[in-house]
Write a protein that binds this ligand. Structure first.
Ligand code: NAD
Ligand code: MG
Length: 369
């Protein structure tokens, strides 16, 4: 049997339990073996794989076949897309579980990107007051971000991720080979979150990325695995300190308040989340520079790495008042004051409302009509 070329990982420590993130390659091919890696983390005999109609033709068959040797396996294939991250899809998962007469011993397996992961996690958190689940993230974004840390949920017609629960998986299996089928634009969107970790946590990682980003984009799986491991470690460290986002976990939203304005204004889906975050990080960096915390050269350096990742660095033209009011609807507002995550230096972020509103307006009007 061929062994994976690359096999590495780390542990995530949370209040409910500790769990491993396994980083591997080529596990989706027969005998190599996604099923064997996750089987030890499946408690009972019942398994429900949740995936979507884009990912299922790529990675479902071998996983399902090999799990069936050991478990009673059902599959729920949801339609692909953020617009289906809703209660209707959750009901489809419950319906499959009920029809199979599965009980509290079931383990749900999320096979797909962040949309599938968030929904599967939420279904697991709520079915019979909580059952086990495992994440097999197949996008770069879900490998470095959404599969780690236990935030699960769905959208409400009035807002993204409005309904959900904190619910930790039993394990995460991130297979770098799955990134080979991911559209390049989705890979870049994931790179925005990778670059985010460097900017908020570790200037050395930024230097590492400047050297290794081309290899990542050329799908060098060992380098991708190294980057995913580092990002998961940053997120795991933050989650261990602040699982429920009452403090330091908020720093992971760097670029997201500005990005949220872009996503809302442009309509979800036209800008990918990672693209909006990229342009948003530039705006946050520009404000940090106006406050004297970053140099002009450092802002240029941020723009350069984002450009290297094929990400936008300029937001669309949005009227300043519109932008400010959209920011007001973001979760990061406390007592009417906009709080933003800004950079004290490269690799160090703060959540603050201690800035001149005039400077924020300046940053926003740089790109307004
Ligand atoms: P996604 O799940 O929509 O995946 C992007 C696209 O790639 C989809 O069309 C998907 O079907 C496809 N795809 C997935 N894997 C593939 C593969 N290996 N090959 C080819 N195509 C593949 O998007 P995403 O960027 O992975 O996740 C975004 C979601 O994650 C959002 O709903 C967001 O709210 C959520 N999120 C959650 C957290 C969290 O902490 N829970 C954090 C960040 C983002
Ligand atoms: Mg994000």
């Amino acid at each position: 049997m061929a062994m994976p070329l690359f096999h590495d990982g780390l542990m995530v420590h949370t209040q409910s339990h500790d769990y491993p993130i396994v980083i591997t390659e080529n596990s989706a091919i027969k005998n190599n073996s996604m099923a064997k890696q996750i089987a030890p983390y499946i408690g009972g005999r019942q398994v429900l794989i949740v995936t979507n109609d884009t990912v299922s033709p790529l990675y479902l068959k071998v996983l399902e076949e090999e799990l069936t040797e050991q478990f009673t396996v059902k599959v729920c294939v949801l339609p692909d897309g953020e617009q289906y991250k809703n209660q209707t899809s959750i009901n489809q998962i419950y319906d499959t579980l009920m029809a199979a007469h599965f009980n509290r011993d079931v383990t749900l397996i999320a096979l797909g990107g962040g949309v599938v992961g968030d929904m599967t996690g939420f279904a697991a958190a709520s079915f019979m007051r909580g059952v086990n689940f495992i994440q097999i993230p197949t996008t770069l974004l879900s490998q470095v971000d959404s599969s780690v840390g236990g935030k699960t949920g769905i959208n409400h017609a009035q807002g993204k991720n409005m309904i959900g629960a904190f619910w930790q998986p039993q394990m995460v299996l991130a297979d770098m080979s799955t990134l080979k089928t991911l559209p390049a634009r989705e890979l870049s969107a994931g790179l925005a979150e990778v670059i985010k970790y460097a900017l908020i946590m570790d200037a050395d990682f930024l230097t590492w990325l400047e050297a290794n980003l081309p290899a990542m984009m050329a799908l060098d799986l060992a380098i991708l695995g190294e980057a995913v491991k580092r990002c998961c470690q940053y997120k795991a460290d933050i989650v261990a300190q602040d699982e429920r986002e009452s403090g330091v976990r908020a720093l992971l939203n760097f670029g997201h308040t500005f990005g949220h304005v872009i996503e809302t204004h442009e309509g979800y889906g036209n800008w990918l989340h990672g693209e909006a975050v990229a342009a948003g990080m530039v705006q946050a960096a520009e404000l940090s520079q106006k406050l004297g915390w970053l140099t002009v050269e450092e802002v240029v350096r941020i723009k350069r790495i984002l450009t290297l990742a094929n990400l936008p660095i300029t937001p669309p033209s949005i009227d300043v008042q519109t932008a400010l009011s959209l920011m007001g609807h973001d979760k990061k507002v406390k007592h009417g004051q906009i709080r933003l995550i800004l950079l004290k230096s490269l690799g160090e972020a703060v959540l603050t409302n201690d800035f001149d509103a005039e400077l924020l307006t300046e940053v926003l009007s740089q790109h307004s009509a």
